[in-house]
Design a binder for this molecule. Structure first.
Ligand code: SAM
Length: 300
């Protein structure tokens, strides 16, 4: 019987193993690029919330190209350390901190980034309202950092949970970008409320001074944006992206692919598991030599 669609080892999980991506999320960024041509002309990129690093891998492979251009600068930020990647500088830091923005700017030697991407996600609690709220906080932190490091005309892509406060987030993004689209790559499961905002052409309001404040935490902000109606309600286009002939992440496909580049480990307790399955594991009161007898019975 095929695996259920909820199984972690879906088609994109297996393809990621085959192609050497660190996570199946790599396909989300690749499919977003297919639709929005995000990497065109980009030589400085920032990957926020980057670990374990599949988006940084995509940036490294796509931006540096076959000739491994040294002109290209990529900075990856995460709370956690990750294994090194060619052409990617890592900052182990928190995206809610101004010091992280300053460190990115130092790395670009004062120049601005062409592209900022953020696939950040908190540890989900399973309480939808709480998860949506924390995700929104992370997105706003990413937006704040972006206003410090992105060049005018640059693009910003970030994960969003399409919950009930999404209109507020769209309105905030629309203040800074002339085009905001909500996109759902084929590799993102339909069963997940995850989508990505693709914000193009950074054009902050005149006189805007970047800062790290967060309007969702500002209690003087008492307008309920979900009550907005008519032209005041921000409508952001929603787009399914990735070639429609691409694999559907919620379907089950027969196993007909190459073996993974990194097969599952062979744990040291495998032998004990096999013995137990065959009811040959020596009992505490077994006479000495019982284990040897069991092993020879299994021919291990
Ligand atoms: N895009 C990554 C990839 O392709 O490998 C996967 C990112 S993973 C879904 C989410 C990451 O967000 C985690 O590694 C987590 O440590 C990071 N994160 C969450 N909150 C953060 C914060 N405040 N600052 C920096 N990183 C954060």
């Amino acid at each position: 019987m095929g695996r259920s669609s909820k199984d972690k080892r879906d088609i994109y999980y297996r393809l990621a193993k085959e192609e050497g991506w660190r996570a199946r999320s790599a396909f989300k960024l690749l499919q977003l690029d297919e639709e929005f041509n995000l990497f065109k002309g980009v030589s400085r990129a920032v990957d926020l919330c980057a670990a374990p690093g599949s988006w940084s891998q995509v940036l490294s492979r796509k931006l540096r190209g076959k000739d491994k251009s040294e002109e290209v600068k990529i900075v990856a930020v995460d709370l956690q350390a990750m294994a090194p990647l060619p052409g990617v500088t890592q900052i182990q830091g928190d995206i809610t901190k101004i010091s992280t923005a300053q460190e990115i700017i130092r790395h670009f030697e004062g120049q601005s980034a062409d592209l900022v991407v953020c696939d950040g996600a908190p540890d989900v609690t399973g309480l939808h309202d709480v998860d949506e709220y924390i995700q929104a906080q992370l997105l706003l932190a990413a937006l704040n950092i972006t206003t410090h490091v992105l060049k005018p005309g640059g693009n910003f892509v970030a994960k969003i949970f399409r919950g009930k406060d999404v209109t507020l987030l769209y309105s905030q993004l629309k203040i800074f970008f002339s085009s905001v689209t909500c996109a759902k790559p084929r590799s993102s499961r339909n069963s997940s409320i995850e989508a990505f905002v693709v914000c193009q052409n950074y054009s902050p309001p005149e006189g805007y001074v970047p800062n790290m404040s967060n309007p969702l935490l500002d209690h003087s902000y008492d307008v309920d944006f979900n009550q907005l109606e008519g032209p005041n309600r921000i409508i952001v286009p929603f787009l399914a992206c990735g070639d429609l002939s691409a694999f559907d992440s919620d379907r089950t496909y027969p196993l007909q692919y190459l073996p993974p580049t990194q097969p599952p480990i062979r744990p040291p307790y495998l032998q004990a598991c096999q013995l137990r399955k065959n009811n040959l594991l020596a009992k505490e009161d077994s006479p000495s030599g019982a284990l040897d007898d069991s092993l020879s019975a299994l021919d291990l």
